[in-house]
Design a binder for this molecule. Structure first.
Ligand SMILES: NC(=O)c1ccc[n+]([C@@H]2O[C@H](COP(=O)([O-])OP(=O)(O)OC[C@H]3O[C@@H](n4cnc5c(N)ncnc54)[C@H](O)[C@@H]3O)[C@@H](O)[C@H]2O)c1
Length: 198
C-alpha cells in the first residue's frame, strides 16, 4: 500500500530527485517548499511534465511557518526534511535568515513529527562533515554511484566514530520521541539524465 510522504524542500536538488523516485514507486507524495531556490520552479515543472500535474501535491510553504508546516504534514507516514538555506555566502551575509530557515525550520519539522498522531518516520539530510575528513577511506566509482570500497554497508556508527557522537547528541537533545533517520551526504553529483536544477 502506498505510504504518505511529506517532503520539505521537495523542489530542490535532492528533494526533486527523491520525489521522482517515490512517485515512480507509487507512493503518495506531498512537496512542501517555498520555491526560494532559483531552480526550484523548474524542478517542479520537470516533475509535472514527467508524471502529470496531479501526480503529487505541492504546497508553497515555508518551514519557518510552524502552523502551516504542522497542518500540512499531519497525515504523513514519513516526513523527509530537505528544505534549507544551503548557501554559505548567505549564512555570512544574512545569518538570521540562515538560522531561522535551518535551525528553526528543522525544529518546526521535528515538532510537526512529534505532534502528529501518525507517529511518522522522520528522515533528514545531515552532512558528511560529521564523519570528519575520512582521508583514509577509499572511494570508488561504479556505474551509477560512488561507493566506499571497503565499507559496503556505509560508515559504522561505533562509539569512537564522530558520526555516532553526533547522532547520540542529536538523539538526546532533539529526538527523544521521534523515529529518526539521518542521511549524511557528501556533495552529490547525479549521474542520471534528470533535468534537475540546483
Ligand atoms: N547537495 C548535496 O550535496 C548535499 C550534501 C550534504 C547535505 N545536503 C543537505 O541536503 C539538503 C538539501 O540540499 P539540496 O542540495 O537539495 O539543496 P537545494 O537548495 O537544491 O534544495 C533546498 C530546497 O529547500 C527550499 N527552501 C529553502 N528555504 C526554505 C524555507 N525556509 N522553507 C521551505 N523551503 C525552503 C528551496 O526552495 C529548495 O527547493 C540541505 O539541507 C543540504 O544542506 C546536501
Amino acid at each position: 500500500m502506498a505510504r504518505r510522504y511529506f517532503i520539505s524542500g521537495g523542489a530542490g536538488f535532492i528533494g526533486s530527485n527523491y520525489v521522482y523516485r517515490l512517485i515512480r514507486r507509487g507512493e503518495n507524495v506531498t512537496v512542501y517548499d517555498n520555491l526560494s531556490r532559483a531552480g526550484a520552479p523548474r524542478n517542479i515543472a520537470w516533475l509535472e511534465e514527467t508524471f502529470g500535474k496531479g501526480a503529487f501535491k505541492l504546497i508553497a510553504g515555508d518551514v519557518r511557518n510552524a502552523d502551516l508546516l504542522r497542518e500540512s504534514a499531519q497525515y504523513a507516514d514519513v516526513i523527509v526534511h530537505l528544505a534549507g538555506q544551503v548557501a554559505v555566502t548567505t549564512s555570512v551575509t544574512n545569518p538570521r535568515e540562515d538560522f531561522e530557515a535551518n535551525a528553526l525550520g528543522t525544529f518546526n519539522a521535528l515538532e510537526a513529527a512529534r505532534l502528529s498522531d501518525k507517529n511518522p518516520i522522520f528522515i533528514y539530510s545531515s552532512t558528511n562533515k560529521v564523519y570528519g575528513s575520512m582521508d583514509d577511506v577509499e572511494i570508488i566509482e561504479e556505474a551509477t554511484r560512488w561507493c566506499y570500497k571497503d565499507l559496503i554497508k556505509g560508515c559504522p556508527e561505533t562509539p569512537i566514530n564522530m558520526c555516532a557522537i553526533m547522532h547520540a547528541f542529536m538523539g538526546c537533545v532533539l529526538l527523544s520521541s521521534v523515529r529518526v533517520v539521518s542521511m549524511a551526504l557528501d556533495n552529490l553529483a547525479s549521474k542520471t539524465k534528470a533535468g534537475w536544477h540546483g
